[in-house]
Design a protein around this ligand. Structure first.
Ligand code: C5P
Length: 414
């Protein structure tokens, strides 16, 4: 909490949650949210917009909070001052029952009332808990404002699917999240997000990414559709968490990320040389590369002419780079990826054991916009012993951070 907080409760070291109650029917749940936030460990302040007071009363809000209620009347009241600036010294802002209007005032940077002026002044995390009619929530105007606020790293909880509060419109997307959920999430957001932490400061991380190309002759090769996005996300996330990163990439259509060493390879043999060299000094190696299992037994020096109808290609297996690293593991943390179409968890666990990897992230080639080429991924973490944990679908960058959080737990202390 900031030293010049508005209520200098010398003994009270609890973080401050500033609750902004907006004008929707869900405002009736605001006193309960305030109580839950206090139970979670916050001291609470509360602002009610003019519209909120149509749905809940000043007394029910101020008795549930740790301080008197703030409204537009107190802002312009007998001692007009910088109430919005004082209230902004919070550790968390929670906008309860937020409707389209408060969202738009915040997205526009208005300062036309105490709530919006305070939202302009805060520098702490902001959690929006919207509640409105489904048609309003889904309107592009509202969704554009939400996207803008998200781009400023504001957090959103809900709205949830359920019965609407009014006008017999039945069920829909628009219900406010429950007070217990609000309090739990707000408390969770107090701990820095992984992307803001520097838990990999000074660690050396090697990441392989993309496909390999196994040339048959100068113009033909065996490859796969790996886009490299997952490996690039891991490399960028590790860089942002303070690591010194070497990214070793097969041919992909992605620009070299800044702030790291990037090496380009084509074949599995080149990848193996580059990984083995870089891994010597690495604390963590993440193999996201989709390594071709085989290469041509002979690579022709010249383009091969078309022959008769049938042709036979003799293939030899490529070295298993992850298994080779696993053979000389030491304290190095090793993470692999595996794509399976069936019996995924058992196969991935067996793979982790065989390759001596600390864990493997299993994904499936079949899901839409995931794995190969997509921006999202839905993976299951599988440990060598067979324990597994399915993660929800999320962006590849979020998968990367979660992977690094798990890997960081296994790193020996420096
Ligand atoms: O055996 P499979 O290819 O399913 O294993 C996938 C994991 O092993 C990935 O992490 C991949 O990068 C790595 N791998 C490797 N060398 C190979 C094949 C796969 O390092 N030749």
């Amino acid at each position: 909490m900031s030293a010049d907080a508005p209520y200098p409760l010398a003994q009270d070291l609890r973080p401050v949650a500033l609750v902004i109650v907006a004008g929707s029917i869900a405002a009736v749940k605001a006193p309960s949210a305030l109580r839950r936030l206090r139970e979670a460990g916050f001291q609470t302040r509360v602002i009610a917009t003019a519209a909120a007071l149509n749905f809940t009363t000043p007394l029910s809000l101020s008795t549930a909070a740790d301080a008197p209620l703030h409204t537009d009347q107190t802002w312009f009241g007998p001692q007009p001052g910088a109430e919005h600036l004082l209230l902004a010294h919070a550790d968390m802002v929670v906008c309860v029952g937020a409707g389209a209007d408060l969202l738009s005032r915040a997205a526009l940077g208005r300062a036309s009332d105490l709530a919006s002026a305070t939202l302009l002044s805060v520098r702490c995390p902001v959690l929006w808990v919207p509640a409105m009619n489904e048609r309003m929530w889904l309107h592009p105007a509202v969704q554009t404002n939400v996207a803008l606020l998200r781009s400023w790293k504001h957090h959103f909880l809900g709205p949830e699917y359920g019965p609407f509060g009014s006008h017999g419109e039945g069920e829909g997307l628009g219900r406010m999240a429950e007070p217990e959920t609000i309090a739990a999430l707000a408390w969770g957001l107090l701990t820095p997000a992984p992307q803001d932490s520097h838990d990999l400061q000074g660690r050396r991380v090697v990441v392989s990414a993309g496909p390999t190309r196994e040339y048959l002759d100068p113009v033909r090769f065996i490859s796969n559709p790996s886009s490299g996005k997952m490996g690039f996300a891991v490399a960028e996330a590790a860089r942002d968490r303070g690591a010194r990163v070497t990214l070793i990439s097969g041919p992909v259509n992605l620009p070299d990320p800044p702030g790291m060493e990037v090496r380009h390879i084509e074949s599995a043999l080149e990848l193996r040389d580059a990984v083995m060299e870089a891994a010597g000094r690495a604390h963590l190696v993440v193999m996201t590369a989709a390594v071709a299992d085989y290469r041509a037994a002979e690579r022709a020096g010249e383009k091969q002419p078309k022959v008769a109808e049938e042709a036979t290609l003799r293939l030899v297996p490529n070295p298993d780079i992850l298994a080779e690293l696993g053979g000389q593991k030491g304290e190095r943390v090793l993470v692999g990826f595996a794509m399976e179409t069936h019996a995924g968890v058992e196969r991935a666990a067996a793979k982790a054991r065989r390759k001596n990897a600390d864990f493997i992230l299993l994904n499936y080639p079949t899901q839409e916009n995931t794995a190969f080429g997509g921006d999202d991924n839905q993976v299951t973490l599988v440990r060598p012993g067979g324990a597994s944990e399915a993660w929800p679908r999320m962006s590849k960058l979020e998968v990367a951070h979660r992977l690094l959080t798990e890997a960081a737990k296994l790193l020996p202390p420096e």
